[in-house]
Design a protein around this ligand. Structure first.
Ligand SMILES: *Cc1c(COP(=O)(O)O)cnc(C)c1O
Length: 226
């Protein structure tokens, strides 16, 4: 458990370093500590080391874990949200990173309306066109952004991506650039603000910060292997 405090300190220092290197302020970047597949005791160790924001990718697991911990913690949903889990997820999470289709956004809109909720969301973009991954292609995002923006219960706050897995952190850079440039074009063309870029995991969060990440999702580097 002490290792978690050490790891968190190291990750925070690497975030600060990557921010300075790219002329940004460390507090422009928020660390989402990804606690999926780790028990509440390990989350608690991170809380004691000062972490208050956590990420989970399965609703069922989150429903069991979140009530065991302080109600002052903040939780982000980072996975693929299944339609039949929306109602349970809405009250648990302050931000949904992986909204990956118009149909899902419409379901979220409908259930949020029924339940009086106003979820904040990020749209997931499949930047490398991988068949195995969820997310909007850049073209589809452009086609559907007006429809997405018309869903009045949702606050669209930015984009998220999971680039192809590679052992080389720098190989992710081009995908992070694609996401940032796509966001910039959408902001100009649709006259909207999409301030958040959720990109970067344990292997490549420093590179993601250099390319503009505002939210990094880090699990293994904090909690160890799953
Ligand atoms: C598991 C997960 C992470 C964290 O990955 P690590 O490599 O353990 O840091 C980040 N984002 C998403 C969407 C995940 O599912």
């Amino acid at each position: 458990m002490e290792q978690i405090a050490v790891n968190l300190e190291r990750v925070r220092e690497q975030i600060a370093q990557a921010a300075r290197k790219s002329g940004r302020l460390p507090n422009e970047i928020e660390l989402v500590a990804v606690s999926k597949a780790h028990p509440a005791e390990k989350v608690q160790a991170a809380v004691e080391a000062g972490q208050t924001l956590f990420g989970e990718s399965r609703v069922q697991e989150a429903r069991a874990k979140i009530p065991l911990l302080s109600s002052r913690l903040r939780w982000h949903f980072i996975g693929h949200l299944q339609k039949n889990k929306i109602r349970h997820a809405l009250p648990l999470f302050e931000l949904f990173h992986g909204i990956d289709s118009l149909a899902l956004a419409q379901d979220l809109q409908r259930i949020a309306e029924e339940d009086g909720m106003r979820p904040r969301v990020l749209l997931e973009v499949n930047v490398a066109g991988e068949a195995s991954k969820h997310g909007f292609s850049p073209e589809r995002l452009r086609e559907e952004l007006d429809a997405l923006l018309s869903l009045g219960r949702l606050t669209l706050e930015g984009l998220m991506t999971i680039p192809p897995l590679t052992p080389e952190a720098d190989a992710s850079r081009r995908y992070f650039v694609i996401l940032r440039e796509l966001r910039d074009r959408m902001e100009t063309d649709f006259k909207v603000k999409l301030p958040h870029l959720s990109m970067g995991m344990s292997g490549d969060f420093a590179v993601a910060i250099e390319e503009g990440a505002t939210l990094v999702r880090v699990g293994t580097a904090i909690f160890g292997a799953r």
